[in-house]
Design a protein around this ligand. Structure first.
Ligand code: ADP
Length: 397
């Protein structure tokens, strides 16, 4: 069975074609600058790169180019589009209506439209990708996999905000959580590595990347997570503020005369470690600047470390006992220093990283000392594979 996974952003589209007989990635690619001058598609097959530079005015045109590249006689990997058995689409926000990956139907479509209010950039872009596939690949089933779905098991005590309950009842204001596909993948993969039934697994899943979130997983299910109504809450991120006193926001808006829209933009795009450091949103740049003595870069890194500790420790207390603290995402998988510094201070609970074992990037490793009370692990995430697996099981059912 061959499954195409599509992840549409507002002006980009990422794709991977899987052969699900062995879960191999046959080809993957990226389309950039959709609807902007200079659109281009870059497809990678092993070490071979194939580039198409042609204007693509919308996602339908972009998907058309993806299909052409897949069947291209020299650079493609399939002879005909009829070899694609199903398409899995990444969707960001399914709100309370969507609790699992779903075959696209009227109900799913309504949920996507309803929750566009909380994901105004993402849900419409995701929908464009879906509509292009429906048009160009008629008869092939489409499955939607939602970032929010995994977190729909959170109880009221962790998902409600401390505001008048009417805002939840009337406007659906609550914590939804994101990166669910990644946290779900990490949960299943960790259970497999530890040889445990996922239903008995308790972990703290730390997805640390450009966007970062931490999830407390209890009995294999999301119990609490650091992102909220939108991906702005929680840890300090590349360009997102994370947790902040709401009064700081209203103060800035009133005193600098900033509109709600502009403020949202500032909090999403000009804040986080970029805003604090003034250097970069990329942790490699920050680590380099801090080493050269840049104080603000050091503050940004220290803030990231401090908040990550705070969430890990808090979530461990919430779930009662943890089998493992698992690091994933660009930073979690690659930054040896960040992992070491985040885990510093946990020795008092009998939890200790092994500095030698910690010298790894990606893959799947236990990096704690043998006698550590809770294992510390590095597990590379694979959201696309998770989407392909869900798509396969739904289509087969
Ligand atoms: P996204 O959220 O966009 O998927 P990623 O999970 O790819 O992001 O993470 C990107 C982040 O990972 C960047 O901030 C980058 O600095 C960081 N990163 C990647 N490699 C390293 C490394 N070797 N050391 C420190 N940070 C790294």
């Amino acid at each position: 069975m061959k499954i195409l996974v599509i992840n549409c952003g507002s002006s980009s589209l990422k794709y991977q074609l899987f052969n699900m007989d062995n879960e191999e990635v046959m080809v993957k690619g990226l389309v950039e600058r959709i609807g902007i001058d200079g659109s281009r598609l870059i497809q990678e097959k092993g070490d071979d790169k194939y580039t198409v530079e042609e204007d693509m005015k919308d996602h339908t045109e972009a998907v058309g180019h993806v299909f052409d590249a897949l069947v291209d006689s020299e650079n493609g990997v399939i002879k005909s589009l009829s070899e694609i058995d199903a398409v899995g689409h990444r969707f960001v926000h399914g709100g309370e209506k969507i609790t699992k990956s779903s075959l696209i139907d009227e109900e799913v479509r309504e949920a996507i439209e309803e929750y566009t209010k909380f994901a105004p950039l993402h849900n419409p872009a995701n929908l464009m990708g879906l509509e292009a596939c429906e048009k160009l690949l008629a008869g092939v089933p489409n499955v939607a996999v939602f970032d929010t779905a995994f977190h729909q098991t959170m109880p009221e005590k962790t998902f409600l905000y401390g505001i008048d309950y009417k805002y939840y009842e009337e406007d659906a204001i609550r914590k939804y959580g994101f990166h669910g596909t990644s946290h779900n993948f990490i949960t299943n993969k960790t259970a497999e590595i530890l040889g445990k039934d996922v239903k008995d697994l308790n972990i703290i899943s730390c997805h640390l990347g450009n966007g970062s979130s931490i999830t407390a997983v209890k009995n294999g299910k999301s119990y609490d997570t650091s992102m909220g109504l939108t991906p702005l809450e929680g840890l300090i991120m590349g360009t997102r503020s994370g947790d902040i006193d709401p009064a700081a926001i209203t103060y800035i808006m009133q005193h600098k005369i900033i509109s709600a829209n502009d403020m949202e933009n500032i909090l999403n795009k000009e804040s986080g470690v970029l805003g604090v450091s003034g250097v970069s949103s990329d942790f490699r740049d920050l680590e380099a600047a801090a080493k050269e003595g840049n104080k603000r870069a050091q503050y940004a890194l220290d803030m990231f470390i401090t908040r990550t500790k705070r969430y890990i420790a808090g979530y461990m207390a919430e779930i009662g006992s943890a089998d493992a603290i698992v690091f994933t995402g660009g930073i979690g998988e690659n930054s040896i220093d960040m992992r070491k510094e985040i885990m510093d201070g946990f020795q008092q609970f009998g939890i200790e990283i092994d500095e030698e074992k910690n010298k790894v990037r990606g893959g799947a490793h236990i990096v704690s000392k043998d006698d550590s009370k809770v294992k510390i692990m590095v597990v590379a995430t694979n959201e696309e594979l998770m989407i392909a697996r869900d798509t396969k099981s739904i289509v087969e059912a």
